[in-house]
Design a protein around this ligand. Structure first.
Ligand code: KIV
Length: 264
């Protein structure tokens, strides 16, 4: 079985076929996700919180990411796997190249994801010039949670909205092939999606984007505490994990998820 690749994902954007993405961190869940029709698995540094029980993603290391990426890749045959670059692992271009290369060569990732706008554009260019596919991450940046003062919706006013559009265009120019847009108003996500050619994957960004991503444990209702407004407990609807994942994929592809109540 051949793996989904960037050409397929670009075609999905052009043909307006929604891309279903979920996070996973181990081989067994990754296999279930693949069987249920998920297109892309993100080995997110959210593993710091949902696997390790940390308060934020900040303590996650490159070695942690490699270990979990290896497990996900081993458990799958056909999905495209993106690995997060953890906090401060891309503070300068040299470090970014070394760590991204480890995630690809040792971890087996097919793309790396890093957080930030124009400030990381040079790093994105250095990576993509060397053949490393990059997914950008804009809006709510969990690695900057202390600077942002909490997990808050971003881009609500005109200036920050314009800045995010500009960031997306600069990152695309630097070579990014995909962008995760987290917790921004649905109208802004729609604007960015229409202005860029790269695939826009939303989380708390409304339905006018090219695909959706959720943290697996959130959409299975397993995350302790208050569930973020933009998620839905798919397991509660079905009582079985494979059916919950399949329902998520169907809901994303048929535009039944996210609904208005999940939008900002
Ligand atoms: O780490 C992660 O799981 C992520 C998603 C929230 C998009 O970056």
């Amino acid at each position: 079985m051949s793996r989904l690749n960037l050409s397929h994902l670009r075609k999905m954007k052009t043909e307006q076929t929604k891309i279903a993405v979920l996070t996973a961190y181990d081989a067994s869940f990754a296999h279930v996700l693949e069987q249920a029709g998920v297109d892309v698995i993100l080995v997110g540094d959210s593993l710091g919180m949902v696997i390790q029980g940390q308060e934020s993603t900040l303590p996650v290391t490159v070695d942690d990411m490699i270990y979990h990426t290896q497990n996900v890749v081993r458990g799958t045959e056909s999905v495209f796997v993106i690995a997060d670059m953890p906090f401060m692992s891309y503070a300068n271009s040299e470090q970014a190249i070394k760590n991204a290369a480890r995630l690809m060569a040792e971890g087996g990732a097919h793309m790396v994801k890093l957080e930030g706008g124009a400030v990381v554009a040079d790093t994105v260019k250095q990576l993509t010039d060397r053949g490393i596919p990059v997914c950008a991450h804009l809006g709510l940046l969990p690695q900057s949670v202390h600077r942002l003062g909490g997990y808050k919706v971003q881009g609500r006013d005109q200036d920050t909205a314009d800045q995010l559009v500009n960031d997306a265009l600069i990152l695309q120019e630097a070579g990014a092939d995909m962008v995760v847009l987290e917790c921004v108003p649905a109208s802004l996500a729609k604007r960015i999606t229409s202005e860029v050619d790269m695939a826009v994957i939303g989380i708390g960004a409304g339905s006018d984007v090219d695909g959706q991503v959720l943290v697996l444990y959130d959409m299975l209702g397993l995350t302790p505490g208050k569930r973020p407004r933009f998620t839905h407990d798919f397991l509660a609807d079905t009582g079985a994990i494979p059916a919950a994942i399949a329902n998520y994929v169907h809901a994303v592809k048929s535009l039944e998820f996210p609904r208005q109540e999940h939008h900002f």
